[in-house]
Design a protein around this ligand. Structure first.
Ligand code: ADE
Length: 227
């Protein structure tokens, strides 16, 4: 059993889910004039939704999670708030996943209150219903049990963070610091139950070396966790 429930999302799934999301929007009768991608996760789904709905206008707004020093939990904020004249336009705000729901609701409210649109609706490929405080107007998949979705656009970032976590916990539990490449790959598969392929493991280890999280001992072909 993997330690972290993870689902590897393929490019084919992304296209299929985006196509179905666009179909739900079309079937509802809503005709967006402008699609807004919530950056960064919403970029690829929003672009595909534009393609499937025949929408030429694509803008984006970036949200960021902000941990308040004194408070538990994170709050979403907009990173680069700007004005856009969307008067008279139907706007569809698109993200990859609604988890807590804070991000998409914030983006929706911002567009509604600052861009003057005729109507704003929200869409996401996935909606994690048991944890989300906000339900998007359109979603293709309802997720009933929390899982980490490993999307193609976060594959490297997730992989190096997952490897870092695996190595840190192994160190805490057993004092182990050294890993061969194939041990990293095997450990990763055991921990997360997915396989991202050799190129991603190699890139992830390169990033961890660059960040000073691990050292590469070339003579022994081993990766050594810095502690
Ligand atoms: N972003 C927020 N929640 C997520 C999840 N469960 N999987 C992937 N990306 C996410």
């Amino acid at each position: 059993m993997p330690r972290v429930k993870t689902h590897l999302v393929t490019w084919d799934e992304v296209v299929d889910w985006s196509r179905n999301l666009a179909r739900l929007v079309r079937e509802s009768g809503f005709r967006p004039d402008l699609v807004v991608a919530v950056s960064r996760g919403g970029f690829v789904p929003a672009r595909l939704v534009c393609d499937f709905l025949g929408v030429e206008n694509l803008a984006s707004i970036q949200s960021q999670h902000w941990t308040e020093a004194a408070k538990a939990g994170e709050r979403a904020i907009l990173k680069y708030p700007y004005r856009l004249d969307a008067s008279g336009l139907n706007v569809l705000v698109v993200d990859d996943i609604v988890d807590t729901g804070e991000t998409l609701r914030l983006a929706r409210d911002y567009v509604r209150d600052n861009w003057g649109p005729r109507e704003v609706k929200t869409a996401a490929l996935q909606w994690i219903s048991p944890v989300a405080k906000y339900r998007p107007d359109y979603y293709y998949l309802e997720v009933k049990e929390w899982v980490w979705f490993q999307y193609p656009w976060t594959r490297l970032e997730d992989t190096y963070q997952f490897i870092k976590r695996m190595m840190s916990e192994a160190y805490r539990e057993t004092g182990r610091r050294e890993w061969g490449f194939s041990e990293v790959v095997e450990g990763f598969r055991e921990w997360y139950g997915i396989d991202v392929g050799e190129a991603y493991y190699r890139e992830a280890l390169r990033v961890l070396v660059e960040k000073g999280v691990v050292d590469y001992d070339a003579a022994r072909d081993r990766y050594v966790l810095r502690v």
